[in-house]
Design a binder for this molecule. Sequence first.
Ligand code: CP
Length: 313
Amino acid sequence: LKHFLSINGLSRALLTEILDTAESFANMGEQAVKKVPLLRGKTIVNLFFENSTRTRATFELAAKRLSADVLNLDIKTSSAAKGETLMDTLQNIEAMHADMFVVRHADSGAAHFIASQVTPRVAIINAGDGRHAHPTQAMLDMFTIRRHKGGFEGLKVAIVGDILHSRVARSQIRALHTLGVEEVRLVAPKTLLPIGVEDLGVKLFTRMEEGIRDVDVVIMLRLQKERMSGALLPSESEFYRLYGLTTEKLAYAHPEAIVMHPGPINRGVEIESAVADGSRSVILQQVGYGIATRMAVMSMAMSGQMQERAQIQ
Ligand code: CP
C-alpha cells in the first residue's frame, strides 16, 4: 500500500491485513496506553474541502495515536477563498515537508487527481470523493461486521436508501464481495439506483420488507441532498414510509441482524430513533472503530511509501 484511493483492485489478503492491523490497534485503544511511535516525525495534513465530523475527527485522532504531527488546514478560512487554486494550495503544503495528505472533496476523482500531481514522496488517503469512493469508511464498516458477526462467509447484507449518490455504498459493495459475503442486496426506489448497478453483482429490491428479509446486516444510508438536483429530491415523509428503518420493518431481518449507518443519521427520514438507539444498532461502535481502522490504513500506507522511497534511492 502507498496511496489508499479506493477498494477497487485490492485483494482479499490486503483487506484482511488492514482488518487484522486495525484489530491490534483497537485492542490497544481499549487499554490504558493508546499511543505508538510508528509515525513519529511524520507530518500528516488533513485537507477537507467538504464538511465532515466523524472522518476528520477520527483521522486526526488516529494520526495522533500514531505519534504523527497533524495539521488540519481549515479550507474555509484558507487562501483558497482568495482564489488560490487547488494545485497551488497543495504545492505550498508540500513545501512544508508533508508526508501524507488525507483528502475529502466534493468532486469524484479528486483524490486520484491529487495523487497523480503531487511529488511521489507524499502518500494520499481518500477520505471521500464526490459520489465515487469512501474506502476507509468501507474498511471500518467491514471491521464492524467482522467484530459483530465473526467473519463474512454466509452473510447476507442489505444496503438501503440513496445508493445513487453514495460513495460509501460503492466502496462497501466492493469490499463485501472481495471479503466473500454470500449476498449483497440493494434496497432503494429506482430513482435512487445508479444506471448499470446490475453489473455490480448485487440483488436489487424496491420493497424494503422483501429486501431486508432474513439479512444479517442492514446498512442504512442518508438521503444525500447536497448531491441531488431538485427533480430528484424525494418527499422525506414518503421516503420514510417506504424505506425508513422502523422497529416494525426491522422485524423482517434475521433476529440477530445488526443495524449500521455511516452517519450522519437523519432521524425520522431513513431511520427511527428507537432503532438508531436500540440494542441492535452498532452505529456508534462504527464511529469508534474508525480510529483503529484509519491507524491501520495510515501506518500501512506510510510503510509502503517508505519502502518505495528506499527502492528509488
Ligand atoms: N461517515 C462519514 O463520512 O461521516 P462524516 O461526513 O461526518 O465524516
